[in-house]
Design a protein around this ligand. Structure first.
Ligand SMILES: [Zn+2]
Ligand SMILES: [Zn+2]
Length: 340
């Protein structure tokens, strides 16, 4: 390491980009944030680094910010994490976000820039929400990435494993990713309200029961949900049969039996999506059907592969250093040497 890397961030696309150049920064006017959420609004944002305005073929413009990777990370950690989180959690997240960003720079998901400023990539809101503790975490881990056999790890994470983490193939391609193994996690068992406040944003805190959850549907309710989500007329649903589970217990093959149609679906995300008006917390659940009521009793929130955010927050608050947190959830991985 030691070499300064520059990352190109596509901040927004609009009919006309308005900006103001300052001595060492620039201000973008009317940036829309939280699109579709209750905090959806426009604000002016200030950025370090350089600004390029690209004219697109469809007549719109895109603002692209080129900035030192470490400075970018300070803003990302400030935007993504609560500033009062335990320092070791902030450091673990700095390493994860850096590893993710470098992989994205090697194989960009976007045309003309490496990452976008939205949740699609990593949330990046410029200088105005910068927290000192996030900056401290990025500086303390300067240049450090997570490695497995000298390759940078694809550091996946989610809210809560539910007691055991999942393997790659339950969620994505049929491959073995050696550092994404199923590990026992007792840390997320009974997090204090204080930890939950730190890890979950306001919106997420409305849903307090997620490590062990339960959802009930009347027959006609489930029929309607599956019809709506799948776009297929299954008729009346008569059975939900888990055919295969991953290492944590998350179902990755589910047979849905209806009076008009039967189909086996997977993987975990599709199952979560088809069985809920929004999305089930996870695909780790047991099914019961009695007296016209379907009951799904489940565990965990998210795909479960990689780092358990609630578990990691508890580990950090109990005094485990970030190195230990990372090697707990990414088995056999190691940290690269910090930049000098
Ligand atoms: Zn993106
Ligand atoms: Zn956990």
């Amino acid at each position: 390491m030691g070499v300064t890397r520059q990352i190109k961030v596509g901040i927004l696309t609009a009919p006309h980009i308005e900006f103001e150049q300052r001595a060492n920064t620039f201000i973008l006017k009317n940036v829309r944030i939280g699109i579709g959420f209750h905090w959806d609004r426009y604000e002016d944002q200030e950025f370090a680094g350089t600004l390029e305005i690209r004219n697109n073929a469809d007549g719109t413009q895109t603002a692209i910010n080129t900035i030192d990777l470490e400075d970018y990370l300070c803003s990302v950690i400030s935007s993504e994490m609560n500033a009062n989180s335990p320092m070791e959690l902030l450091k673990a997240h700095a390493v994860i976000s850096r590893s993710w960003a470098i992989r994205a720079m090697q194989k960009p998901n976007h045309e003309g820039f490496d990452v976008c400023a939205d949740d699609h990539c990593q949330r990046y809101e410029g200088l105005r929400r910068m927290s000192e503790r996030a900056v401290e975490a990025v500086r303390a881990t300067a240049g450090q990435v997570l490695l497995y056999n000298d390759e940078i790890c694809d550091c996946r994470y989610y809210k809560c494993c539910g007691g055991k983490t999942e393997i790659w193939r339950t969620c994505w391609e049929d491959i073995d990713v050696p550092y994404i193994q199923s590990v026992q996690c007792d840390y997320c068992k009974s997090p204090s309200p204080k930890i939950l406040r730190l890890v979950l944003n306001d919106y997420d805190q409305e849903t307090k029961v997620f490590r062990d959850w339960r959802i009930e549907y009347k027959d006609e309710e489930l029929d309607a949900i599956i019809a709506e989500k799948s776009g297929i007329d299954f008729g009346h649903i008569t059975a939900l049969e888990p055919l295969h589970r991953g290492a944590s217990g998350r179902i990755d093959q589910l047979r849905i039996v209806g009076t008009k149609h039967t189909e086996v679906i997977g993987k975990e995300l599709k199952i979560r999506y088809w069985l809920s008006r929004s999305c089930l917390y996870s695909s780790w659940f047991e099914v019961a059907h009695e007296k016209g009521i379907w009951t799904l009793s489940g565990h965990g929130w998210g795909h479960g592969a990689g780092l358990c955010q609630i578990g990691a927050a508890v580990m950090a608050s109990e005094g485990h250093p970030y190195e230990e947190i990372l090697s707990y959830y990414y088995v056999g991985s190691r940290l690269s040497a910090p930049a000098k």
